[in-house]
Design a protein around this ligand. Sequence first.
Ligand SMILES: [Zn+2]
Length: 536
Amino acid sequence: MSKVDLALVGAHVRTLDPERPSAEAVAIARGQIVAVGSNAEIRELGAAAETVDLGGAVAVPGLTDSHIHPLQGALDTRGADLRDLTSLDEVRDAVAAERRRCGPDQWVLGYGLEYGVFQETGIRGDLFEDVTEGSPALLTFMDLHTAVATPRAFELAGVTGSRSFSENAEIVCRDGAPTGELREWAAVATVERAMPESTDAERYALHAAALRAHAASGLTGGHAMDGTLATLDLLRELEANGDLVQRFVVPFTIVPESGADDWEALIPHRDACGRRWRAGVAKFFIDGVIDTGTGWLYEPDTEGEGTLPFWPDPSHYRRAVSTFAAAGFQCATHATGDRGVREALDAYREANAAPLRGRHRIEHIETLQPQDLPRFAAEGVVASMQAQHMLWCEPDRSDNWSRRLGAERSAPGRAFPIRSLRESGALVALGSDWPVVRFDPRLGLSAARLRRPPGERERRPYDDEALDGLAALEGYTTAAARTIGEEDRLGRIRPGFAADLTVFAEDPVDSDPDDLPALPVVLTVVDGEVVYRAEL
Ligand SMILES: [Zn+2]
């Protein structure tokens, strides 16, 4: 039997290992990198079970998305793809086409709506009543914090007016009647409950297909951002069936209505793991999104909103953070607004307990107060950033996000301050937040380097906060590994490290960032297994 399972030769290997920054070949055995060197050195190890000549392609450490919803996302992207549609007519056409695809009484679903579509009409469900021909419809926005339902959907769900929720959610009403807009999940769920449930087998197939698609884009894993005990069972099932073609860290989502008993029940599962996944993270939302006024701000936004936290009692959030931090969990908090960011930083400081693995982290950080920026480096909190979220933003601040915040809070250095945070010494991890935006890491790398959509070369970037090619790659590799405390095992191509590699036709660091989205993925290797191979 050969000692080497997989030999990759004839490559340009960018290892991100300071001791040997570049090489030609890599040998892999039992899921680990066992040698990195010249083609001759790797061939000297003896014949491998499989040898792939990469013909000059470029291997980098496996790309890890530091903020992704890999399982839930597969369920949230059913129905019409409404992403990138910018006019109400286009959306109505897409919904009409989806209606024709569906059975007569079937729910019409769609995802990826942009807020700008409703600039003139406001968000209203009746705008889709004719194109859905009386079928119920539920369309979600790109950030998944908001949805719009048609009158028929409300009728089936028995929703006739506003309700109160234990979190900052709202069935938006005008003159006492629902407009169709549903803010935050609790409100969306009132309508979702009326939808027929899909079967376990249907859901499993969606999950498995999504993970294959992730592998094909060059991803080798991610920091999942939602989860329950049931998620761990799903991961076990995927792994047992050979369908877990990504490596994940998976959190427990801690909701505001949970209490000390619920938290205690999760703590014994801290070290739950499989070969390619583990638990050990607690995920919180301290706020929602700037675009609808649910991001938590010190001063109201220009629509008079944004002053409410997602947890009605923030001290309850701090207690939850302290409980999980004291139990060794890594805490991750979604915070988009300046107040949300500071409350999360304060909660971590008050908890005063480092996680067993990695560091506490804040997700998104879309705007912050200048005095809070140095706290990330000083207090060892990871800044988990998603550059694709700002591709909707216009440098002249005419977009919904910038207008909501106003000039001061969307000012350079405060709006998505990715490079400022990095230069301050903070650990900056990059991710997509799929299904909020596309999961493709080439788009994420491109967005971090351009701060404008790729291909729109005449458009100015949103502020001088772009990363260079190497810093962007580090955000998806070494920084992702350090974030979860696995820098001695992941994020570099080095003997003894896990065999997670991504191979591109050309170097993603030297590539023109406008061309990155089209850069072919040649091979994706996870845990020593080839999980994607381009047809050559
Ligand atoms: Zn998210």
